[in-house]
Write a protein that binds this ligand. Structure first.
Ligand code: ADE
Length: 251
């Protein structure tokens, strides 16, 4: 997958994507990332990319022309068409299904805004979709772009070393939260590893993990359970979890 990022801070995006799974995905040639700075496409001695908003008010707005030229250059770097995605708090919320949809694309172009935003005419003419990473306001789109790049990067075939580990994540497959995980030592002052995980009984382990996923989702994100489409067996597991949880609460 190729990702071009229009940003006033291309070095930030490069650094954020240089480490861990996504850094490795780049080394393996699974992701090609390139930053494009609108300032390089601005005119005059000051290379101005922003100006005051019409109608008054605080902050500055990114101007059409530097962005338009910058985007044209980015588009030309590859013959494949690419959707232009603007990161903003007004966008569609980023969820794992949306991440999966984007991860399957051969190419995308991300636009990071700064200041108060981007001239609306540029957005209307050039942007295909707007995506938000949450109901809060960042000072620019770069962190949001880095989040998106990480989430789609790790889903590229061959990016993760253990092929299963993406399927077992929270939200993957069934839309439930992930179960707890443990490693050595099995005994510790802060508690022992649940015995079932050391039993070697794979069916029991799978059952326990499923129950923990269901229970955690019920405790922490009950809104997700409505969408999850639980089977009869799932409902029985959750019922048992709830009974145990209630009994523990009474002690
Ligand atoms: N830019 C500023 N805030 C943002 C958010 N919450 N999501 C995506 N882009 C943003």
């Amino acid at each position: 997958m190729r990702i071009d990022v229009l940003t006033l801070f291309p070095e930030f995006i490069a650094q954020a994507a240089a480490v861990g799974v996504v850094g490795r995905a780049q080394e393996r040639g699974l992701i090609a990332l390139q930053g494009w700075n609108p300032r390089d496409y601005a005119e005059g001695n000051y290379r101005r990319v922003d100006d005051r908003p019409f109608g008054g008010g605080p902050g500055m707005v990114m101007m059409i022309e530097p962005l338009r030229r910058c985007l044209a250059a980015a588009r030309q770097a590859d013959e494949r068409p690419a959707p232009v995605i603007y990161l903003s708090p007004q966008g569609q919320p980023l969820t794992q299904p949306l991440v999966r949809e984007l991860a399957a694309m051969p190419r995308m172009i991300l636009l990071c805004g700064r200041y108060e935003g981007v001239d609306e005419r540029f957005l209307e003419a050039e942007v295909d979709r707007e995506i938000s990473i949450g109901d809060y306001v960042l000072s620019g789109g770069e962190l949001a772009a880095a989040v998106l790049i990480d989430a789609v990067g790790r889903l590229q075939e061959g990016a993760l070393n253990d092929a299963d580990s993406a399927i077992q994540d929270s939200f993957e497959g069934d839309g439930l939260l992930d179960c707890p995980h443990y490693t050595h030592p099995s005994q510790h002052a802060w508690g022992d590893v649940p015995a079932v995980l050391k039993s070697g009984n794979h069916a029991e382990i799978a059952r326990w993990r499923r129950q923990q996923s269901l229970g955690r989702t019920w405790l922490r994100r009950p809104d997700l359970l409505d969408e999850a489409g639980l089977s009869r067996a799932d409902r029985a597991l959750l019922e048992a979890f709830r009974a145990e949880h209630a009994a523990r609460g009474q002690k």
